[in-house]
Design a protein around this ligand. Sequence first.
Ligand SMILES: [Zn+2]
Length: 338
Amino acid sequence: MDRYIRQSVFPGIGKDGQEKLRAAHVVILGCGALGCSSSMALARAGVGRLTLVDRDFPELHNLNRQILFDESDVAARLPKAVAAAKRLCGINSEIRLDPIVADVNPGNILSIIEGADVVVDGTDNLETRYLLNDAAAKLKIPWVYGGAIAASGMWMSFLPGKGPCFRCLFPYRPGAGVGQTCETAGVIGGLPMAVGGMQAVETLRILVGEPSVGGRLVSLDGWRGTAAQMDVAQVRSKDCPTCRGEYEFLDGKHGNRAALLLCGNTVQISEPGARPVALDELAARLATAGEVEANEFLVRFVPEEGIEIVIFADGRTLVCGTSDLARARSLHARFVGA
Ligand SMILES: [Zn+2]
């Protein structure tokens, strides 16, 4: 019995398309809600090789949406990339699964995505998306953007040399990412499942060579039950550095938040040139996610026992209670936004 018969019978894929999927290599950057949903759909679809990249461990509050993990993974403190590969192997043992436990940065992204046919964006911060945008443009690899927060989400495919890139649509401003995150705005579990599912469908469309792919940004308001699409095929910006071949994020010129271990158990995260932080707004957002104290100089936030995050008005942040740079960057991305 052909396990893929229900999709090879679909004319958009067919037997030839299924063969293309079997020969394909997809990198999933981030195994949070979007990465879980997209990689599960791709594994079930028979994409021959999946590389799963993540720096974190599953936590109990991830389980409302990160569908590859369960309570035993939380208890075992398995890295998300490893736990995801284990689960996917049980779903489809015919495909190759390569977990990579790493914090994606300008120094490693090219080697992680090189040779991939498509990269799926499962990242939790803007800085890494701009970095992926640069790396994918440089290596001419298509990638599928996805974002989900609260009850809304978006997705779009970016193809090398065709239409706009991510930075054309969302021009970069230093410090612009300090904003809502899933930790402060919440996220309804079904929403990232829908967005991740559509990222997987977009990936299949790219892999089988569907000509209509790209050029459209789709957004979903899950709470109201509405969807909208924007034709952005002509929105390529003349001012976009990435499209000119200037890969500033890859070269570490922008958004390169430096994480520095201070004495003891404290990591400092800073971004030179970042705009001042509106501390009162930040404090109000963080109040939904934990204990907050604020004054005119700083916001002090306790996301969990033993961890304290202090954000100063110039954007400099101290993460106290860990000496692990990747974990500190992760906490910063989750709560302060990036
Ligand atoms: Zn561009």
